[in-house]
Ligand binder design. Sequence first.
Ligand SMILES: [Mg+2]
Length: 331
Amino acid sequence: MSLSEFDLIKKYFCKEPDKQDSSVVLGIGDDCAIIDVPDGYQLLISTDTLVSGIHFFEDVDPYRLGYKSLAVNLSDLSAMGAEPKWISLALTIPDVNMLWLAQFSQGFFDLAKQYNVTLIGGDTTKGPLSITVSVQGIVPRGSALLRRNAQVGDVVCVSGMLGDGALGLAYQLSNGKLYLANAQAFVDKLELTDPRVKLGLLLRGSAHSCIDISDGLTQDLTHILNASDCSAQIDIDKLPLSDALHREIALGNVDTAQATQYALMGGDDYELLFTLPRGVLKRVQEAIPELKLTVVGSIIAPEAEKIQLRKHQKAYSLNLSGWDHFKTGSY
Ligand SMILES: [Mg+2]
């Protein structure tokens, strides 16, 4: 790209933060950024790439794309109990579309501001649209939440509601074939998901294990179970479904079995899935009353079957026919 194009891009991304972050010794403008990590803290780093046509629709609203590019990364930090601090952004764009860049950067910075994170560097290249965000956060030494410490007897909990993001994606992929009375609510959950930063911080020192639900409850829970060498019982009648999803069920637009599949196996919820002693949950819940936390099962000793589903306390098996088709093209 020509120098003037770089200057234009600079206009949208090299913003002075409202509040100077004193930990940033040197931000954008040199070959590297220099950061002071506070004494007694560890740095946590995560990177995610979103590619056009694979992770998002080519015509997705650029504001929402900018927002989500950062949100999915902040979600990973939350899953480990980290306080988000710094981000870098590598943006590959096919051409310089000023309106697109203005909206994309607005979505990105609106969320960055909300969580007080500072853009410290990045790169811009010409090519097929793709976005790589790297986030860095901090935790007091040794206090990060890991996948590997789930204990037999822990309850398995989730934040928020499950299945809405997956239903939003199913709606978009259906090209009008799926009718929903309130489709926008599900698309909003898919595209404007709120990373559970505050909950991640509260779970430090309380939860034994934690992960964010990006690929679906069963798949992400399996990561915890494998890392912790245990199994889990999940009560599907306890899965938290939103009022919007309950309404679609009542209207006959989504049947109960489908709703269960969205909640259990749909990705894109970006809620936290965590395990902890039952007695500790109340204290966490009281500290964050605005976010519903739900016990959906418990950790048990390792068995051949990693996840045992139950409905009304009886063994339950899910009919998964058709599910793989739905998963194709996951956002
Ligand atoms: Mg994750």
